[in-house]
Design a protein. Structure first.
Length: 141
């Protein structure tokens, strides 16, 4: 294929008509995600600090479903050929950001646990050191 044919093929992919069934599934999934997030927060299975992130994802998916021109513009901007590949790319970026966020939190919590363990050891040593002379005075029980 020459260069003109590839450009026409890409244009065909970008301007392909959208499927009503796909749009319905995507809208249903985004609304279901929002409902599940709110249910999880209400039941205290998900902390409130994560709610804006997941509701933002649901709103973003809903926005892209309702306005495919935005999705096509993003697809053209990043140089992808199909809107579906853009969706997968954005999903992968989101997952990388979430993984990085949890890695930072895990590192911070690991340092916190180490500090608490060290403080607990020092406190135990202080308590045992204070109790040792008293037990020597009274003898074994």
């Amino acid at each position: 294929m020459n260069e003109i044919d590839l450009a026409q093929l890409r244009n065909l992919f970008l301007n392909a008509p959208e499927s009503a069934a796909t749009r319905f599934v995507a809208i249903s999934l985004s609304l279901t995600l929002a409902a599940v997030v709110l249910w999880l927060v209400r039941r205290r299975y998900l902390r409130e600090e994560y709610t804006p992130i997941w509701l933002g994802v649901a709103a973003g998916v809903l926005l892209l479903c309702l306005n495919l021109d935005v999705l096509r513009a993003i697809t053209t901007w990043i140089g992808a050929w199909t809107p579906s590949s853009t969706i997968f790319f954005l999903g992968e970026v989101f997952l990388m950001v979430i993984c990085l966020n949890f890695a930072v939190r895990l590192s911070r919590m690991s340092l916190h646990v180490k500090t608490l363990a060290q403080e607990l050891t020092l406190l135990r040593a202080a308590v045992e050191g204070r109790d040792a002379p008293r037990s020597e005075l009274h003898g074994p029980r």
